[in-house]
Structure formats: C-alpha cells, structure tokens
Design a protein around this ligand. Structure first.
Ligand code: NDP
Length: 276
C-alpha cells in the first residue's frame, strides 16, 4: 500500500513538492503518494487532525503555516525548536507528531555539497529575519563562520533572532539596512527576504561583496532573480538561486519519513528544466 504524504500551504496549487517527492519515491523504490492540501490560518489545526486521522504518514508545511505547525507538534527536534517553525511533520504510529525544520539543513547541503562552498571562517550577511532566516541561522552558525550579520527592515525581529542564538559558535549581530556601510565586506550574502518575489532589492550599499564572494538568493524561478543580477553587477564572484535548497530540504524531509536520503542531482536537473 502507498504511504501518503502531503504539503499544506495557502496558496498551494503551484507547489513543486509533489513532483519532487514522487521522483524521490521512484529513485528509492518507495511506494509513496504525495498530494497538495490547501488550508487557512483558522482551519490549520483541524487540517492537521484530519490528515493524521486519515492515516497520513507525514506532511510538509509551507507559507504561511510554519509557525503554527510548530505549535501543533508534540515534539520538536533541535532545528525546529531553534527556528520555532516546522516545515516537516512526521506522524508516528503512536499518534505523536514530530516537528522538524529542514530549511536550514537544505540550505547547508546546497552550499556545501552542490556549490562546494566552505562556510567556516566566512563573514556572512543574512538579509531578512522571517521564517527562512530563522531556519537557516542555526545550521549556518554551526559551521563556525567568523561572523553573521542579520539585516532586516524590522530591526527588532533581527535583534530577537540574534538574541535567540547567543550561545552559537559564531558572533551574531543584528543591523538595520542603513547601518551597513559600503566598506563592510561579506564573503557570503544570503537573501532570505521575499523581496525578489516583488522584483525589489534590499536597500544595501553596492560595495559589500568581498573578493570571491558568493551571493545566494533563497528565491528561485524560471530566470535569475533581480538580487542575483545586482550581486553579479557589484562584484559577487558566484551567484545562486534557492532551487538547490528547495530540493535538498525536500530530500532531508524524505529521509526523516522513509529513512533513506535520495540522490538529488537528477531531480534538480528535471525541475530546473521544468521551470525554464
Ligand atoms: P517571511 O514572510 O517569514 O519573511 C519575509 C522577510 O522578508 C522578512 O524578513 C521581511 O522583513 C522581509 N520583507 C518582506 N517584504 C519586504 C519589503 N518590502 N522590504 C523589506 N523587507 C521585506 O518569509 P520566509 O522567511 O518564509 O521566506 C523568505 C523567502 O525565502 C521567500 O522568497 C521564500 O520563497 C524563500 N524560501 C525559499 C526556500 C527554499 O527552499 N528555496 C525555503 C523557504 C523560503 P520584515 O521582518 O521587516 O517584515
């Protein structure tokens, strides 16, 4: 019998997760069915109850429900606790709901395994302090970068985030955009805002890219994002969108459910071609 998984979001019609997980199922010889589920903030907890009662084995959770999902779980692993957000729920046979956050591990897998980037010792600028930034911060700090600066429109959110990670293996500071100076140099610049969706740039100086800098936009689409173009024009040596992160966070979720991590390159190539 197929094991049934789903992704919950609002909207959800364009999610690529069903395609990605179906390919993972084929690659690992697992019989899985993966569907989409639309919910609303008011009905999210009932959606989770209904899915569990219907015998689902797990679900992914995307915008805008990741924080609500953390509240709906009985147990959270470290990444979900750190982020206070869940993107992967595992329904165990005893009824316990385990919450995980694979956004950060997916980002790190893309940086390290696909882009061959070494985070240790690097000066990182993390732009944004929403759910994606929260998920990324712990795994980034675990790589012992020399510093992490979180820049966000709402300074208070960046400050709260930095405070939550005071015991991390990196020096983490919060900043407003206009406090970033042109002579502040960063080796790794990560855009974890939703600005590229609106074809907008964060208001940062042009000269922030250090020699050999990598610029990473968590957003992905059919074309390079405005942030990737801006980074290239201003000296970033390497630029990437977030498609690799999407595939890798899905592979981590699949491993949590099925106990095997699928190969990701062929799935990345397929989805990239679909987007184009
Ligand atoms: P959130 O809504 O939680 O956070 C949005 C962030 O963008 C906040 O920091 C917010 O700042 C900032 N922002 C939004 N609008 C503006 C604006 N007009 N000016 C300045 N800052 C703005 O979203 P997520 O963190 O969940 O997602 C962020 C991005 O990451 C999205 O593009 C999403 O698609 C992508 N993502 C990609 C993933 C992948 O696998 N590749 C996984 C998860 C997310 P403020 O706090 O001031 O409101």
């Amino acid at each position: 019998m197929n094991k049934h998984y789903t992704v919950i979001g609002q909207p959800i019609a364009h999610s690529m997760s069903p395609t990605i997980h179906s390919m993972f199922g084929e690659l690992t010889d697992r019989n899985i069915l993966y569907t989409r589920t639309e919910s609303t903030p008011d009905t999210f907890s009932k959606t989770i109850d209904d899915l569990q009662q219907a015998g689902m084995c797990g679900c992914n959770v995307t915008l805008p429900f990741k924080e609500q999902a953390a509240v709906q779980c009985h147990e959270l692993n470290k990444s979900a606790k750190d982020a206070q957000a869940v993107n992967t729920i595992h329904f165990h046979a005893d009824g316990i709901r385990y919450g995980h956050n694979t956004d950060g591990s997916g980002l790190l897998a893309d940086l390290k395994n696909n882009l061959k980037y070494v985070v240790e010792g690097k000066r990182i600028l993390l732009i944004g302090a929403g759910g994606a930034a929260r998920g990324a911060l712990g795994p980034l700090a675990d790589e012992s970068p020399s510093s992490i600066t979180i820049a966000n429109r709402t300074l208070q959110k960046a400050q709260q985030l930095a405070k939550a990670f005071t015991n991390a293996k990196a020096s983490i500071t919060a900043s407003e955009y206009n406090a970033i100076q042109p002579d502040d140099q960063f080796d790794l610049v990560i855009n974890a805002t939703s600005l590229s969706l609106q074809n907008q740039l964060p208001p940062l100086p042009d000269a922030i890219f250090a020699n050999q800098a990598l610029s990473y936009d968590m957003m992905y689409g059919s074309n390079d994002t405005i942030f990737m173009h801006w980074s290239q024009q201003n000296g970033a040596e390497q630029v990437s969108d977030g498609l690799g992160m999407l595939i890798e966070q899905a592979a981590d979720a699949f491993e949590i459910w099925e106990g095997i991590r699928p190969e990701t390159k062929s799935v990345y190539d397929f989805i990239k071609a679909q987007l184009a």
